[in-house]
Design a protein around this ligand. Structure first.
Ligand code: SF4
Length: 184
């Protein structure tokens, strides 16, 4: 399966070529981010791949599952009560946000996207994320709203007055790495 996936990735790459690979699984891709006057935190991750063709930079996340490449709003990506929250789209936007803060090049279009197992075998596969059915050609216009939502989330997370609660959705606990210490 891995070999088949790799073959299909290369086939799609051949169709997209010529392009440059700028990053592959680059470690330490981080940005300092002040969430208020007193607290600055380090945010980042390991982006699977960044490539560049003319003025388009693609921020790519490989997925072995069936993650969807569409979402309805930035708000929906932060909605913890939504069982169908698109975590993969959140991740791709988060990496784009980090990339934009670190590289900050206004002359390029930033296109986050997923290459997943479900889509890679589809000949009609089109790279990119869709917002309300529209393909995102340059995600930068969404990043200020994404950043605002991130500030709200992180402010709550770092607020000592806000206790950590166990989730009411017990199904979430099935594969949780913390269930031993959480005593669920
Ligand atoms: S087991 Fe994990 S998901 Fe469930 S309540 Fe505890 S920390 Fe939350």
């Amino acid at each position: 399966m891995v070999k088949k996936m790799a073959d299909h990735v290369l086939r799609k790459d051949e169709l997209y070529a010529p392009f440059f690979i700028d990053m592959l699984e680059q470690e330490d891709f981080k940005t300092s981010f002040p969430i208020n006057e007193k607290l600055t935190i380090l945010l980042g991750g390991k982006i699977d791949r960044v490539d560049r063709k003319e003025d388009v930079v693609r921020i790519i996340d490989y997925k072995t599952g069936k993650d969807e490449n569409s979402f309805s709003s930035i708000t929906s990506l932060f909605d913890r009560d939504d069982d169908k929250r698109n975590k993969a789209a959140f991740q791709a936007l988060f990496y784009s946000w980090v990339y934009d803060r670190v590289k900050g090049n206004s002359n390029v279009k930033l296109q986050p996207g997923l290459i997943n197992r479900k889509e890679i075998f589809n000949d009609q596969f089109e790279y990119g994320l869709n917002l309300k059915g529209e393909s995102i050609q340059d995600v930068k216009y969404l990043l200020p709203e994404f950043e605002n939502s991130l500030v709200v989330l992180l402010t709550e997370l770092f607020d000592p007055k806000q206790p950590f609660d166990q989730t009411a959705k017990v199904r979430t606990c099935e594969y949780c790495a913390y269930k031993e210490i959480c005593a669920r």
